[in-house]
Every structure is written in C-alpha cells, then in structure tokens.
Design a protein around this ligand. Structure first.
Ligand code: DGY
Length: 324
C-alpha cells in the first residue's frame, strides 16, 4: 500500500476535521496553536507533501526560500489568500487552494452585525454599561441612525458581497449600490435590485453605509484612503470584514476623530493582531478580532473543504478550489 501523504496543519482546527484528516493522511498537528515562524515554514517545506496554512502564516519570499521543496500543495484554510505570495508559489510549481462559499453567509452575518452595531451605537452603549457609567433611560441618550431604507454601497460583489446585499436588501429594505472590478451579471444584480456603479469614487458620496468585500493584497492596499474617506458623507459609516490593508487606518482614525464620517466597524486590521494605536480610543469605532467566519458550522465546513481539495489533489484530479 502506498504511503499516506504527509500533511502539516499550521493551527488548531475543529476537532471533527482534525480527526478526519488523521484518518486519511499522515498528519502533524500544531498542538501549540502558535503562528509558524518563517524558518519553521521553510523546514516544513522540505518535509511535508502538503501544508495547510491560514491567514496567520505569512508565506512570502522568506518562508518559501527552499530549493526543490517536498511540498506540492498549500491548501489554505480560508477564502482570502493575500498572505501568500502567489508569484513565489507559482515559481515552485506549488498548487494553492482556498475555501470559498462555505463561509460567505457567516461573514456577511458579521458584516451586518458591525453595520447595526455602529449605526445603533451598540459598542458605545456596551462600554458605558460595563464601566458602570449608565445613568438610566433618557430621550437623548446614545441616539443612533436608522438602518432600514438607507443606501448601502458594497465594494466587491463576489459571494460575500452578494450575501451582504441580500441581508441588507431583503431584511432591512436597503438600496444596494455595487462597485466591482468586472461587470456584474444582470440576474445577479436583480436578486437585490442592485445597481452597479462605474467607479469607487462615484460610489463613496452616494452611500449611508459602505461595506468592503474585496480581496486584500498589494493591488487593494489603501483602496480606502484619506481622499476616498473625504468623499464619504459626514454621517456615513464604513464596515470592513475583508482585509485590514484595504483601509488606510491612520486616515480612518483621523476621519473618525474629526467627525468626517459617522463611524466605522472593523473586523480585520493591517498587521493584525497588532492594532494601530490611533484606532484604540475612537468612540465611533466598533472593533472585533477577525471573527467573520468564526461559527462552528463555517469553520467545520472550511476544514472539510480543505480535505476535499487535498483528496482531489492526491488522486490526480484538479482541486475544485485551485486558485493558481
Ligand atoms: C478568510 O477565510 O479569508 C478569513 O478571513 C480567514 O482567513
């Protein structure tokens, strides 16, 4: 019988998925659950047929500086892969897969959570209560913004963006404007009666809320910068559940401090888990620690999707979620 492929999992995964991986492959789990250092990653590239990384593994030139690696597939646990240097991965002829679809609903749920929290000042209210500062109900206390019927701009109308549009439109009667690099099919727009706008500059001033659902990486770094924040209405809100680097966080904190925008909700940060200190004390900001896909259902489905990709690969088939 042929030896089982050797597989390294870089973080702890849901128990059911780890158990299934162990039945199929020769698996090494990271029981410490700490992010891998580049030197450990390089050593792993010499030893394992497959490495199963996550967003916390920065797979750039340093981590990939290995001659003739043993690793033939990186099966990423997560849909976003801007932490992987695709050019270097391609140079080594390594296959990269991700886990789309299975986390779209949960990530959109969290984006909607942030939208509602910032509009209704839930973060401020919670902080006030915990600090023992609530003095009781009054007509002018923490008055927020109505969500129903407002205009939501969606940046990146892929799977998660469309789920966000569905929640906002069908649940809250919001008007949907979509900005996407490529044309959106009319039937996709029709599902939420959405309108595609031609440019991000056109979108910014038209919205009460803007929610980011585009990929990260160099090409979208600081897509939302001081100039574009300056185009938003002073009562509009920005939501980011995509990738931290998409927003210039220093410019965002300035916009919040000087009331140039109404507020923001962030689930992702540039260089996370480090948080730009200028963001910490912004009252009009709700911050969550990258929880977009953090449900039992989504995390298990992501793990099983990785297994599907590995089984395809080692059976000589093209993995369904191959991205390169
Ligand atoms: C994703 O799936 O991209 C999540 O943000 C975790 O990486």
């Amino acid at each position: 019988m042929a030896a089982k492929p050797r597989v390294l999992v870089t973080r702890r995964w849901p128990a059911a998925v780890e158990a299934r991986l162990g039945e199929i492959f020769d698996v090494r789990l990271n029981t410490d659950d700490t992010p891998m250092r580049p030197e450990d990653f390089r050593a792993a590239m010499r030893e394992y047929d497959a490495i199963l990384p996550t967003v916390t593994d920065k797979i750039g030139p340093t981590a990939l500086e290995v001659d003739s690696p043993q690793t033939r597939i990186l099966a990423n646990f997560g849909v976003g892969y801007s932490h992987v240097d695709l050019e270097q991965v391609n140079r080594h002829g390594i296959v990269l897969t991700n886990t789309p679809d299975v986390l779209s609903e949960c990530t959109a749920d969290l984006a909607m959570t942030l939208l509602l929290m910032v509009a209704r000042r839930a973060g401020e209210g919670e902080r006030e209560l915990r600090a023992g500062k609530w003095t009781g109900w009054r007509p002018t206390h923490l008055v927020g913004t109505k969500v129903s019927g407002k205009t939501l701009g969606i940046v990146g109308y892929g799977r998660i963006g469309q789920e966000m549009a569905a929640r906002a439109h069908h649940g809250f009667g919001m008007k949907i404007l979509a900005y996407n690099r490529s044309p959106i099919a009319p039937e996709v727009l029709a599902r939420c009666n959405a309108t595609q706008v031609d440019s991000l500059d056109e979108l910014m001033p038209l919205c009460d809320f803007i929610s980011l659902h585009c990929p990260g990486g160099a090409e979208n770094r600081h897509l939302i910068n001081a100039r574009r924040l300056g185009m938003m209405r002073s009562d509009a809100f920005l939501i980011n559940t995509a990738r931290g680097e998409v927003v210039d966080e220093t410019a965002l904190s300035q916009a919040l401090w000087f009331d140039a925008i109404g507020g923001a909700g962030l689930d992702v940060f540039d260089g996370e888990p480090r948080i730009n200190p200028s963001l910490r004390d912004c009252d009009k900001l709700v911050m969550l620690p990258h929880l977009g896909s953090a449900t039992r259902e989504a995390r298990e489905a992501m793990g099983f999707r990785v297994i599907d990709n590995l089984e395809d690969f080692f059976a000589g088939r093209r993995p369904r979620d191959r991205v390169n």
